[in-house]
Structures are given as structure tokens and as C-alpha cells.
Write a protein that binds this ligand. Structure first.
Ligand code: NAP
Ligand code: ZN
Length: 336
């Protein structure tokens, strides 16, 4: 459970209460604010890349103790009994409770991490690695989990494989880092050459393609085992399918407001697959952040104050961020 007015919200026996320190700004927050998917409810307190410090634990909590650094991602509740939940895939539970703007089991609406403190059942708490910076690590709770899970599930990022990362934003840039850590060859596919130097020389990508450059795309046709499509807006899929080898997999992570066109001939001819993926279950999110701790993977962030939130949202809408905004919640959230 989470509530903006946590002071009146009890910490139950299996709950963890924590002070929010940092919260990333995911493009999903922006989709929700704009009601891009037609499912938003207002008032809406966004934020699902949350890192904080435990201030109180219920009597039955064993996972963490007061003072520990913890994280919460895209969801903080599920039925805990369906087939998905019993396999650790709470993210695919039909009754999953999103961290922001969703009805909790008791009917109250969840308010996300753009708030001073949160209360959450310990099952959905992620232990934060000691060595990772809290601000740069916060975006991993959603962006990191979202890119790591399909790399493993679809088997497209491993030694010997070639993965394409389409869209070098919040998701895309951490995808490059995880795919390299998992041993894959990585090609960034981006709309312009603006991020080329950073992709190759800072993020560690092996190659860079401009999706709007037909010649570039032709030259790379049939070379990739898989692509993670991290784009937030409507875009053509056929050029991406062309980059795949036979039996290659295009995994869509971005959820643009408008439907995309999907001609079927390229799939049939090359036995190619288009799939999707939604963040990661609790156990896999913990695995992801432990891998991040081992490889020192964090997001490249711009730290912003609560006061600058609207400007940050406007910049995110224009694609003007390198590569994730993170809100310095603890130092800049003031009482209204
Ligand atoms: P972001 O930081 O805004 O990055 C999106 C990237 O998409 C941009 O950096 C840009 O990359 C590319 N792009 C934007 N407009 C484009 C266009 N018209 N044509 C082609 N490329 C375009 O967003 P994000 O936070 O990474 O999120 C990306 C998407 O994933 C959003 O739709 C979000 O809701 C979704 N998401 C899904 C999950 C999940 O579990 N499946 C989890 C989190 C987020 P270049 O500058 O390189 O071209
Ligand atoms: Zn997100």
C-alpha cells in the first residue's frame, strides 16, 4: 500500500515504511499524466522508480530492518495466489496493483514515489545494493527491470548474440549497459546521430544505426538475434524486422499512445517473432539489481528538484534528457 498521507496510514505487521529519498521519472509517468492509455485516474501522484530508507517495520518483517536502503518499482501488490504469482511473475498477475493510480486491495488509490514516504508490503520491497549510488540506481527499479527481464526470457543477450536497442532513452541506455554486462554485441538504433558518440564511447555500444537512414539500415539487414524496442512514440516496425536474422525476436517494451502497424509477411517469411514484456517480477527485479551492483550499472541521470518537475516533464516529452531525470525528493519536497 502507498499513500501520500502516510501519517494516517498504519504500518501493518508485514509492512515496511520508508522515507523516499530519490524517484526516477519514467516515460510511463508521462503517459499516465497525459492519459495516453485512457486508464488514468486523478488526482494522480506518479513515481515508480523509488529508493528510500526504512524508518519502521511491522512485527513480522524479516526482509529488511530500520535504516536499510530499499527500492519499490512499478507495482506493490498482487493476488499472491494465481499461477503467475506462484511462479514469481507478480508483474503478470491479473490483480497486480500498480504503484501509482491503481486501486489497492482495500479500494484506496495508490500514490507513487513523488511523495515523502511510503508504506509497502515487504514482499514487494527490493533490497538495494550497498555499493550503488541511490540516485543513479533509482531508475533501475523500473527501467532496469524492464530491459533485463526480456533479455533473459527471450535469450537475446548472451555471449555470441547480437542485440539491437531501439530508442536511446531511459530504458534504452540501461539496456545497452545490461546487454554488454551479459556478454552480447550491442547495436544502438536511434533517430539521429545526436547520441552516437555517447553510445559508442561512453555507454559501451559496439555499433550505432540511424533508423531514418535507409542505407544504414539496409547494410545491417539480417544481422540481429533480437531487438528491444524502447520507443515511446509511434514508429514503423518493418525496418526493425528487417534487421533481424531468421528466427529473430523483436520485443516491444515501449507503449506508444497510438497502435503501430504490423505487416505479417516479414514475420512469416523469416519465422520471426514479435513479443512484449512488462517490467519484471519481484525476484527477478532483485536479481537485476544485484547484477547491477556486481557490474556497477547505474542510470546516467539529471538530478532535479521537485520545483523543476514540470520543466523536466516538458523536456522528457521532447526527448531532451540524458538519460533519466531523477527527483531529489528528500531534499526538495516541501509541505504545501
Ligand atoms: P524515454 O526516456 O522518453 O525514451 C524514449 C526514446 O524513444 C527516446 O529517447 C528516443 O530515442 C525514442 N523516440 C522518441 N520518439 C520517437 C519517435 N517518434 N520515433 C522513434 N523513436 C522515438 O522513455 P522511457 O522512459 O525509456 O520509456 C520508453 C517507453 O517504454 C515508454 O512508452 C514507456 O511507457 C515504456 N515503458 C514500458 C515498460 C514495460 O514494462 N514494458 C516499462 C517502462 C517504460 P532516440 O533519441 O534514440 O531516437
Ligand atoms: Zn517505468
Amino acid at each position: 500500500m502507498s499513500k501520500a498521507d502516510c501519517y494516517s496510514w498504519a504500518t501493518l505487521e508485514d509492512d515496511v515504511r520508508f522515507k523516499v529519498l530519490y524517484c526516477g521519472i519514467c516515460h510511463t509517468d508521462l503517459h499516465f499524466i497525459k492519459n495516453d492509455w485512457g486508464i488514468s485516474t486523478y488526482p494522480f501522484v506518479p513515481g515508480h522508480e523509488i529508493v528510500g530508507e526504512v524508518t519502521e517495520v511491522g512485527s513480522k518483517v524479516t526482509k529488511v530492518k530500520v535504516g536499510d536502503k530499499v527500492g519499490v518499482g512499478y507495482f506493490l501488490g498482487s493476488c499472491r495466489s494465481c499461477e503467475n504469482c506462484s511462479e514469481g511473475l507478480e508483474n503478470y498477475c491479473p490483480k497486480v496493483v500498480l504503484t501509482s493510480g491503481a486501486p489497492y486491495h482495500d479500494g484506496t488509490i495508490t500514490y507513487g514515489g513523488y511523495s515523502n514516504e511510503m508504506v509497502c508490503n515487504e514482499h514487494f520491497i527490493i533490497r538495494f545494493p550497498e555499493n550503488l549510488p541511490l540516485d543513479g540506481g533509482a531508475p533501475l527499479l523500473c527501467a532496469g527491470a524492464t530491459v533485463y527481464s526480456p533479455m533473459k526470457y527471450y535469450g537475446i543477450a548472451k555471449p555470441g548474440s547480437h542485440i539491437g536497442i531501439n530508442g536511446l532513452g531511459g530504458l534504452g541506455h540501461v539496456a545497452v549497459k545490461f546487454a554488454k554486462a551479459l556478454g552480447a554485441k550491442v547495436t544502438v538504433i536511434s533517430t539521429s546521430d545526436r547520441k552516437k558518440d555517447e553510445a559508442l564511447n561512453h555507454l559501451g555500444a559496439d555499433a550505432f544505426l540511424i533508423s531514418r537512414n535507409v542505407e544504414d539500415m539496409k547494410a545491417a539487414a539480417g544481422t540481429m538475434d533480437g531487438i528491444l524496442d524502447c520507443v515511446s512514440a509511434k514508429h514503423p516496425l518493418v525496418p526493425l524486422l528487417g534487421l533481424l536474422k531468421s528466427h529473430g525476436k523483436l520485443v516491444t517494451l515501449g507503449v506508444p499512445a497510438q497502435p503501430l502497424e504490423l505487416p505479417l509477411a516479414p514475420l512469416v517469411v523469416g519465422r520471426k517473432l514479435v513479443g512484449g514484456s512488462n517490467v519484471a517480477g519481484v525476484a527477478e527485479t532483485q536479481e537485476m539489481i544485484d547484477v547491477a551492483g556486481k557490474h556497477n550499472i547505474t542510470a546516467d541521470i539529471e538530478l532535479v528538484s521537485m520545483e523543476d518537475l514540470n520543466t523536466a516533464m516538458e523536456r522528457l516529452a521532447k526527448g531532451d534528457v540524458r538519460y533519466r531525470f531523477v527527483i531529489d525528493v528528500a531534499n526538495t519536497l516541501k509541505a504545501p
